[in-house]
Design a binder for this molecule. Sequence first.
Ligand code: FAD
Ligand code: DLZ
Ligand code: SF4
Length: 523
Amino acid sequence: MSDPQRTEEAKLVLLLGDQLSPKVAALRGAERGRDVVLLAEVMEEATYAWHHKKKIAFLFSAMRHFAQALRQEGWRVDYVALEDPDNSGSLVGEVERALARHACGAVAVTEPGEWRLLAAFEELRARLAVPLEILEDDRFLCSRSAFAAWAEGRKQLRMELFYRDMRRKTGLLMSDGAPEGGRWNLDSENRKPPKRGLAFPGPLRFPPDALTEEVLALVERRFAGHFGRLEPFWFGVTRADAEAAFGLFVERSLPAFGDYQDAMLADERFLYHAVVALYLNAGLLDPLAVCRRVEEAYRAGAVPLNAAEGFIRQIIGWREYVRGIYWLRMPGYLEENVFDHQRPLPAFYWTAETEMACLRACIAQTRDEAYAHHIQRLMVTGNFAMLIGADPKAVHDWYLAVYADAYEWVELPNTLGMSQFADGGLLGSKPYAASGNYINRMSDYCKGCRYKVKEKTGPEACPFNYLYWDFLARNRPKLERNPRLGNVYRTWDRMSDAHRHMVRQDAARFLARLDEESPVRSA
Ligand code: FAD
Ligand code: DLZ
Ligand code: SF4
C-alpha cells in the first residue's frame, strides 16, 4: 500500500488474530489517523498446529471484520491477506515488510498468548532498527507478574484460593466483604446428571455474510487437508455478534448452566454451555464485562446464585489461573511428562471411527463443530488419552488444533496439567481418571454403545473399566502416596488375584490392538 502520509513519528501497531478488541493495549496507546494498524493472515500461524478449518475461518473472518470496523472509525489499517503474493508467511516477516512500506519510527504489539511468539518478537526486537514495544495484555484481570507474586512461596497453587482473591479484587458477587450467599463455591450443586425433557436453546447461529463467504472459499482452497468440517459455519465474527450470542446465553441458558454443567447427551452438543470461549479468547468479548453482566442478571433475580457463581468462577478463576500457570511454567512446561507416557494418540482421534460410543460422539462433535464442552474434553477424550498412556505432547497437539477456542496459554495447562496430570499435580490434587461408571452417570452415551458399561472384564466390557485400574496399577509407585487415592488402592488390593490378573490382561490386549490399528497422524 503506498503511503502519502509517511511520517517518522507514526507507529506501527501489530494486532494479532486473537487481539481483536478496541481495548487491547497496543491499540489504546495508538493515535487514530496517524499510526498504522497492521493485521496479517500468515501461513505460520495458520499451520503451526493442524488447526480445525472452522477455527481458521473464524479467525480470518473476525480479523477482516475487525479491520473493516477500524477503517470505518478512521484508523489507518494495513491488512495483509493470506494470498497477497508478497506475503512473507510469518508475523515477524510482515512487521519487517510493513516497516519498509510505512517508515514508522516505532513498533508496538501487545504481548502474545503463546511463548513461541513472544520469543520470536523478543528476537525481532533485538535486531530491528526501530524500538519494538511489547505491552502487557491487560485484557486479563491478573497480570503475569501479579500471578507470579501470588504463587511465590506457595507449596500448592490452589485455584480455589486464587479465585477468592479475584472475587475480592473485582468485588464480583461480594456483599460487605463476604461472598454472596455465604459460600465462595457452589459447585456441589452443579453436578446433576442429564434429565429427560430438558429444553436446550443452543448457541446463537449467524449466517455467513459476503466477507465470511470469501474466507470460507479461501479456507477450502488453501486448508483442504486440515482437520474438521468447514460447513455449516455459524460462528459470530464481530463484537456485535459475540455480544448477541452472549446475551442469548444469559437469557436462556445461564439459569440452568450450573445445574447441568457436567452433563453429556449424544444428541445435544451444547446443552446449557455458553459457547463463548472462542469469542473471549479472540478479544470479541471482554471477560470482566461478561462477568458483570452475569452478576447483574443474578441481582435482578433472573438467574440463581449457583449458576452465576459457577460461570464467574470459570472466568475470573479458572481462565485467569491457567494463564498464570502457563507463563509461570513455560517453556519447560511443554516437556513435562510425569508418567513417562509415550503412546501415540490413536488415529481415531482424527476420524471418530471407534466403537466406543462416548469417544465417537465427542470426537465427531469436535470434527463437526470445533467445539466440545469441558466434561467431554476432560472426562472422555482427556481421560481416555491418560488411561492408555498417550504422550502428553501428542495430546496437547490435538487439543490445540481441534477447538476454535484453543491457544496455548489456555489449552496447555488444561490439557497437560488438568487432564493428563503430566505436571505431577500442579493443577489438580489427583488425576481426573474415571471408569465407565462416571461416563454412564453423566451421559446417555452408554445406551448406544457396543460395550457394556457394567461389565468389568472380558470382550464385552467397557474398555474404560479395565483401563482405569490398569492405569492406577501401572503408575502405583507415583500415585499411591496421594492421600486422595488411598481408598482407591485399598479397593484394588481387596480384589482377587484372578480378577486383577484379568484386568491387566484385558488392558494389555486392548492396548496392543490399539497400537496395531493406529497409523498415527502427527500434527
Ligand atoms: P462454558 O462451559 O460455558 O464456560 C464459560 C467460560 O468459562 C468459557 O467460555 C471459558 O472462557 C471459561 N472456562 C471454563 N472452564 C475453563 C478452564 N478450565 N480454563 C479456562 N477457561 C475456562 N478452554 C479454552 O478457552 N481454550 C482451550 O483451548 C481449552 N482447552 C481445554 C482442554 C482440555 C483438555 C480441557 C479439559 C479444557 C479446556 N478448556 C479450554 C476449558 C473449557 O473446556 C472451555 O473453556 C469450555 O469448554 C469452552 O466452552 P464454553 O465457552 O461453552 O464454556
Ligand atoms: C490461530 C491464528 C491463525 C490460524 N492465524 C493467524 C494469522 O494468520 N494471523 C494472526 O495474527 N494470528 C493468527 N492466529 C492467532 C495467533 O496464532 C495467536 O495470536 C498466537 O497463537 C498467540 O496467542
Ligand atoms: Fe464409553 Fe464405556 Fe459407555 Fe461405551 S460403555 S459409551 S466405551 S463409557
